[in-house]
Design a protein around this ligand. Sequence first.
Ligand code: 5GP
Length: 198
Amino acid sequence: MKTDKKQRKPGKIFILSGPSGSGKTTLLASLIKDNKISNLLVRSCSITTRPRRTGERDAKEYFFVTTAEFKRLQKAKKILEWTRYLGYYYGTPKGPLESKLKEGQNIGLCLDIKGSRTLKKLYPDKTVTIFVLPPSLDELKTRIEKRSRADRKETASRIRLASQEILAAAGFDYCILNQNLKVALGELKDIFLQEIKK
Ligand code: 5GP
């Protein structure tokens, strides 16, 4: 029997992981802005207890909450996966992600390695994991220092963690070397367009 309603394909989850300073957030934002992609991909906004950086807006880069609020949401099972990074909590809100998936939307997230593994386990057929590698540890150090100039302790911790995180790259579906943003974005776009056809 013919039906007028187009069969909607289920949405996919695209996770970008990589050390702090690898450029994963910029890559995801640039992918979503791309003319060919903007109608096909939405970003999931995470919840965090980390303080806001200059220029970050609530409900845009993150939902910024107190630790008490984060724990309340966790207890109410409103957080699908979460991690603790350098003493702060980060989590993916459950409701928005599930409803977007049901509507057939593709979702982009930037998560740490733990988060990426959790979502891959929860949605093995829907999740595509992409690891973003920095060109070198020296370049990564420069990028991290630029970002958190004010806080030397945080800079050192992010650099230390980054060297450990890079070792996890092999477990991902794809790896992208972010030496040149334009080239890396081209690769990410190709991966996305191929995966949504599957
Ligand atoms: P940043 O403080 O640099 O914004 O984020 C620190 C780390 O937490 C990054 O690796 C980032 O991708 C990760 N992250 C951000 N939001 C989430 C989340 O909701 N869940 C998990 N597991 N990691 C997150």
